[in-house]
Design a protein around this ligand. Structure first.
Ligand code: H2P
Length: 839
């Protein structure tokens, strides 16, 4: 690195401000300045991490002006604001995204090169905030990007987990979990705002008291109080001045020390309370196979929801808005049922703390909330035992009883005394012990309820939420998910971005429907050639990553067949592995077989307590071990499991895929968003009629999509007539051979017991119908292999996939939320504004 030159070196007419300027010279100077004054290092002693931090601060400086201005304008205009409540925000690394959205990627790259540093290496140094499990948290992140890009005033509210989703190691083929210490070296993107801390109560009891007007009100006397400290991260929109706020809450004890205990000489006891309070936001719960009612999770949910609503009330007071206008000021979205307790908490705040009457409070509450459902799997629906609920949130339980009583009265009024229906609709589940049903609370307390893809919304209305649909059909709507093209094309696939932009300009980055204009090039040999070249380079890049991280060498000219997502039985990674085994057997039986060479790439985490999912990872790695070292197979088939799937590791993956595996059992995947990221980057999809696959297929054309398998109706019908998975096995020699090999220890060094639980499950129950879908899947894969050999046809299909994915931008989804649910307008931000605000 060159010597630091800290004095103004600009030779231009005007010297740029070091905190805002974006010229290469200014960036270099600001970077070295931050290295010195923030990191306290000079180049000779600086580590890569120091350089990353110096660059992060340099970029953050350029965000701050926009952030402060945005807050000032929102405050001044009292803008209607979206509050997105989510227990998960899977933001991914900030630096690269901010460079793209600020429009300074190239300048910064040049500045780093001139300082003899490699921007890519610095980008790789960022520890991503893995504050989510998968699709749900990543969707929240894409939505924040689009909300800012569309200039919609927004606050994202969530939890600042000290440990996010675990890091995954693979040892001896098994997943091993390691704590994710993402805050270890500091987080340059957040600013703590202790001055806006709030208190959150837990436990204890309630009592009636008379207020100043002599009217009875309820008072909650808690057993403990925890402080919520907000940490703010700016979320900049793409090439706009809007920088919204992601406000994550950390739990702290109100006093670090219990001085009474300390004075009695109990030093350890004195710090106890601090430790227990801070445990609240220690760790993110991994998504389990089934839902488990863990106390700490309900505490987390209530904690961040209460912090968020109290923060909104603070903002209203600060802006001198009457509480009666709460729903006019804020449109609050519940991202799944995790924040559903917000319905009862807003009621409590309005009734008990602000002495409002029930009817107006309830009207405000219902007008405030919208609820997004993300899953139909009954085992994933949250419910809390009354015992736990009443010990933690006694006042909320009273409020929920009252909401329920009034609601069921309305049901009786509409449908008469249909006790079955009343039992099904009740907020309290009395079937098997007593539970509070969070989805029911969310439905009753919201004015809109949406699913995340057309099929999912339809199934919600027909099955999981049928009774609610019959009661208030007008509340139901669909908003199909979307993903941001900024992170998932521009940042992840710069070469494709440049090619598209060189043909049609860059408007498509903000208006993805525009990418349709590349359709005219779909059969252009020159364009096809460039398209193919880019895909190949992206595959070479992934081949290097695979070699580096797994030691497996793969051929970039083989068909890259990729499945990356959480490991779950319904997502059927094991169906994919049955295909791998089938291909393996075909080559072994006919060593000269001329097949299309394939590389099967898997990545994804299994919840630590989800045994079968972990066994599926072990199976993938066991098959990989046998296949990859078999000389008969050579380069015709490779199977690789890439460890530690997260946002950062996924970014190179989507651009390198030829084939995207979206093979869930029909009716089980609410939407999927990986399916969108792949298709946007020119991968073809092999998939079932499930989730958003259906809409993707409609958009790209049935002839450009590889469809197979049972439909949702078929699955239901088969289940009704009695599904016998073993029959498929017995009648299909290829399938039988594959299963028998797994069972006989062929892939497990002769160990027959290892995969027995999985084999038994498939043959006896097969809840996700792999046996029924096996042959159609194998046939469809055969068609994929043949099509891949027709280079021109494949390229044309690939280009058309990208060209027709406009609908799946999160900008479209957010526009729909704004129009149909939130009724909120853009508020553009001008930079010159000299105003002050408080966020
Ligand atoms: C979930 C659903 C997906 C959906 C996503 C976002 C919970 O994500 O299962 O179908 O696309 O929410 O709505 P995931 O399985 O990736 O954790």
């Amino acid at each position: 690195i060159q010597e630091p030159q800290l004095q103004g070196q600009d030779t231009g007419m005007q010297c740029e401000d070091d905190r805002t300027g974006i010229g290469v010279e200014t960036l270099k100077r600001a970077f070295l300045d931050n290295l010195f004054y923030v990191q306290g290092k000079f180049p000779a002693l600086a580590t890569k991490h120091d350089y990353y931090m110096a660059l992060a601060y340099t970029v953050r400086d350029r965000l701050l002006q926009r952030w402060v201005n945005t807050a000032a304008i929102y405050t001044q205009e009292g803008s209607r604001t979206v509050a997105y409540l989510s227990a998960e925000f899977l933001m991914g690394p900030h630096l690269g995204n901010n460079l793209i959205n600020l429009g300074i990627y190239n300048q910064v790259q040049q500045a780093m090169t001139e300082l003899k540093l490699d921007l890519k290496e610095l980008l790789a140094k960022e520890e991503e905030p893995g504050l989510g499990n998968g699709g749900l948290g990543r969707l929240a992140a894409c939505y924040l990007d689009s909300l800012a890009s569309l200039e919609i005033p927004t606050l994202g509210y969530g939890i600042r987990y000290e440990f996010g989703i675990f890091d995954q190691l693979i040892r001896n083929g098994w997943q091993v979990e390691k704590t994710d210490k993402w805050l270890r070296y500091g987080n340059p993107w957040e600013i703590a705002r202790p001055e806006w801390a709030v208190s959150v109560k837990f436990g204890g009891r309630t009592e009636a008291h008379k207020n100043a007007q002599g009217r009875y009100r309820v008072r909650w006397i808690p057993h403990k109080v925890v402080l919520g400290i907000p940490y703010d991260t700016p979320i900049l929109g793409y090439k706009v001045n809007t920088a919204n706020t992601l406000r994550l809450w950390k739990a702290e004890a109100p006093e670090s020390f219990d001085f009474e205990a300390f004075n009695r000489g109990n030093y350890y006891g004195a710090v106890d309370q601090k430790v227990t309070s801070e445990n609240l936001t220690k760790v993110l719960y991994p998504n389990d196979e089934t839902y488990e009612g863990k106390q700490l999770r309900l505490e987390q949910q209530y904690f961040f929801v209460s912090c968020a609503l109290q923060d909104m009330l603070r903002i209203m007071l600060r802006q001198k808005l009457p509480l009666e206008q709460f729903h006019e000021k804020f449109a609050v979205q519940l991202n799944d049922t995790h924040p559903a307790i917000a319905v009862a908490e807003l009621m409590r705040l309005l009734l008990d703390e602000h002495e409002m009457d029930w009817e107006p409070a309830w009207e405000i509450t219902q007008k405030t909330f919208g609820y997004t459902n993300h899953t139909l799997l009954p085992e994933a629906l949250e419910k809390w035992s009354l015992k736990l609920f009443s010990s933690l949130l006694p006042r909320h339980l009273e409020i929920i009883y009252e909401i329920n009583w009034r609601f069921l009265e309305q049901v009786r009024h509409k449908f008469g005394t249909d006790e079955g229906r009343i039992g099904r609709l009740s907020l309290i589940d009395e079937n098997d012990g007593k539970f509070v049903r969070m989805a029911h609370l969310a439905c009753v307390g919201s004015h809109k309820i949406n699913g995340v893809a057309a099929l999912h919304s339809e199934l919600l209305q027909k099955t999981t939420l049928l009774d609610f649909y019959e009661f208030f059909p007008e509340k139901f709507t669909n908003i199909t998910n979307g993903v941001t093209p900024r992170r998932w094309i521009v940042l992840s696939n710069p070469k494709l971005t440049n090619l598209i932009t060189s043909c049609i300009g860059d408007n498509w980055i903000k208006h993805l429907e525009d990418v349709q204009r590349i359709e005219t090039y779909a059969e252009d040999p020159g364009f096809q050639q460039e398209w193919q070249q880019i895909k190949r380079e992206n595959k070479v890049n992934v081949a290097e990553i695979l070699l580096d991280r797994t030691g497996v060498k793969v051929d970039p000219d083989s068909l890259f067949d990729i499945q990356v997502k959480r490991i779950h039985q319904y997502k059927r990674q094991h169906l994919n592995i049955l295909h791998a085994i089938t291909l393996y057997n075909q080559i072994k039986q006919n060593p000269n077989l001329d097949i299309t060479p394939r590389t099967l790439i898997f990545a994804g985490k299994a919840a630590p307590g989800y045994y079968i999912a972990k066994l599926i990872i072990k199976l993938i790695n066991s098959v990989a071990e046998v296949v990859n070292k078999d000389r008969d197979i050579g380069d015709r088939l490779k199977v690789v499991f890439l460890p530690d799937y997260n946002v950062k590791n996924s970014q190179p993956i989507y651009p390198a895929a030829d084939l995207s595996e979206q093979i869930s059992t029909a009716g089980k995947e609410a939407s999927g968003t990986g399916n969108m990221k792949f298709a946007m980057n020119g991968a073809l999809t092999i998939g079932t009629l499930d989730g958003a696959n259906i809409e993707i297929r409609n958009a790209v054309g049935a002839e450009n999509f590889f469809l197979f398998g049972l439909t949702t109706e078929d699955v239901g019908a088969l289940r009704l007539t009695g599904y016998r998975p073993r029959e498929y096995y017995e009648q299909n020699p290829q399938l039988k051979q594959a299963i028998d090999q797994i069972a006989s220890g062929y892939f497990s060094h002769g160990d027959r017991s290892l995969f027995k639980p999985l084999v038994d499950l498939l043959l006896d129950k097969d809840p996700f119908m792999l046996m029924a879908d096996y042959q159609p899947y194998i046939d469809c894969q055969q068609q994929v292999s043949q099509t891949y050999r027709d280079r021109d046809r494949w390229l044309q299909m690939s280009i058309l996939n990208t060209a027709r994915m406009g609908k799946f931008s999160s900008d479209r989804a957010i526009r729909e939320y704004c129009q149909q649910i939130w009724k909120v307008q853009p508020v553009p931000v001008q930079l010159a504004a000299e105003k002050t605000g408080d966020g």
